[in-house]
Design a protein around this ligand. Structure first.
Ligand code: SAM
Ligand code: DTB
Ligand code: SF4
Length: 358
């Protein structure tokens, strides 16, 4: 049986260096057109060592941002951002005790729990999301794992949202292989399942499941043929080494997740982590830059936390290679910038939303 470290694909020796030579190939000249080929043909690299990632995290800020922007331009249209919209299809009352989450039944946050939504209001929300410019619709449920009795409704939602011409994503907790296959067959493009923090830090945040539980579901999602959306949260009182550990696991998943949400904790009163020291915007942009360099072909999403970020901080994250955001006034249960604010920011930066793939 493979050990956890085998399955993480983490090299045990720092000598096994990934070839990242293309990353320092800075582009000069005119800005690239927005129809620039979205993905470079170069294979994604993995096998990043802790020493390498630490060196990137300690690189002077201007140097790391320039390098990340260069990697970004080698792989993506530089002035396009993918827009995803979330909907909480089942809110609160969750059996897990994730210390950051206001939807856990373990903490008193005043959130009103509700059961799984009927299909029609979900489709209505998806129509609005599409009209607002989102190309992906992400449905989230506050579950440890879905019940088999809910699978028909979830597959039906997926199929009908997909038929609207939107990319589909769900985040429902742990999945069995059978559940993953059913969702894949119904047209689910992405499954979101975050590892949240470094393996060494996991027990501080969550006690009701293990890091390995998370990796097992990610393996089942990958085996089902769906694309993997997997990231983490910072600003939870973690150490600098934990941020490195988080990035190392993400970058060494083989293949790397197609979508990597980097969340700044949205602190909620009543949760154990609600009083955590927020991450400094410069440190957040640095983390995005290193994620971009480690996972050149992945969409890196500037996820939760934009509500409390200045336009300048968000622009810095885009400069660092973030090329996806959540749009709409609500994430799952907490506030996100309004459509007007995002339109104004995009106009100021001459950024355009990326269209859904055909
Ligand atoms: N219950 C499922 C699960 O945990 O996978 C799906 C829903 S859960 C809310 C989805 C993700 O949202 C979590 O994995 C976590 O990374 C993120 N999240 C939850 N609360 C957050 C918060 N207050 N701030 C930032 N991210 C948060
Ligand atoms: C992800 O990484 N962030 C999103 C999505 N995946 C599911 C969720 C953010 C939740 C923020 C807290 C809330 O709104 O409830
Ligand atoms: Fe439940 Fe997901 Fe919140 Fe954890 S993050 S308490 S699993 S809804």
């Amino acid at each position: 049986m493979a050990t956890l470290i085998d399955r993480l694909n983490v090299p045990l020796q720092d000598g096994a260096r990934a070839d990242d030579s293309h990353a320092s190939n800075a582009r000069g000249g005119a800005p690239l057109p927005n129809n620039y080929a979205p993905h470079s043909s170069k294979p994604a690299k993995s096998g990043w060592s802790r020493t390498q990632i630490t060196a990137l995290m300690e690189t002077p800020f201007m140097d790391i941002i320039l390098r990340a922007q260069s990697v970004h331009r080698d792989n993506f249209a530089p002035n396009q951002i993918q827009m995803s919209q979330l909907l909480s299809i089942k809110t609160g009352g969750c059996a897990e005790d994730c210390g950051y989450c206001n939807q856990s039944a373990h903490f008193d946050t005043g959130l009103k729990p509700s059961k799984l939504m009927d299909i029609e209001p979900v489709l209505e929300a998806a129509r609005k999301a599409k009209a607002g410019g989102a190309s992906r619709f992400c449905m989230g449920a506050a579950w440890r794992s879905p019940k088999d009795r809910d699978m028909d409704a979830l597959c039906d939602m997926t199929q009908q949202v997909k038929n609207m011409g939107l990319e589909t994503c769900m985040t429902l907790g742990m999945l069995s292989s059978e559940q993953a296959k059913r969702l894949a067959n119904s047209g689910l493009d992405y499954y979101n399942h975050n590892i949240d923090t470094a393996p060494e830090d996991y027990g501080r945040i969550i006690s009701t499941r293990t890091f390995e539980d998370r990796l097992n579901t990610l393996g089942r999602v990958r085996a089902s043929g769906m694309k993997v959306c997997c990231g983490g949260i910072v600003g939870m009182g973690e150490q600098a080494e934990d941020r490195i550990g988080l990035l190392q696991v993400l970058a060494n998943l083989d293949p790397a997740p197609e979508s990597v949400p980097i969340n700044a904790l949205v602190p909620v009163a009543g949760t154990p982590l609600g009083e955590s020291e927020p991450i400094h915007p410069i440190e957040f942009a640095r983390l995005i830059a290193v994620a971009r360099i480690l996972m050149p072909q992945s969409y890196v999403r500037l996820s939760a936390g934009r509500e409390h970020m200045s336009d300048e901080a968000q622009a810095l994250c885009f400069m660092a290679g973030a090329n996806s955001i959540f749009v709409g006034e609500t994430l799952l249960t907490t506030d996100n910038p309004s459509q007007n604010e995002d339109h104004a920011l995009f106009a100021r930066l001459a950024i355009t939303p990326e269209a859904a793939p055909d």
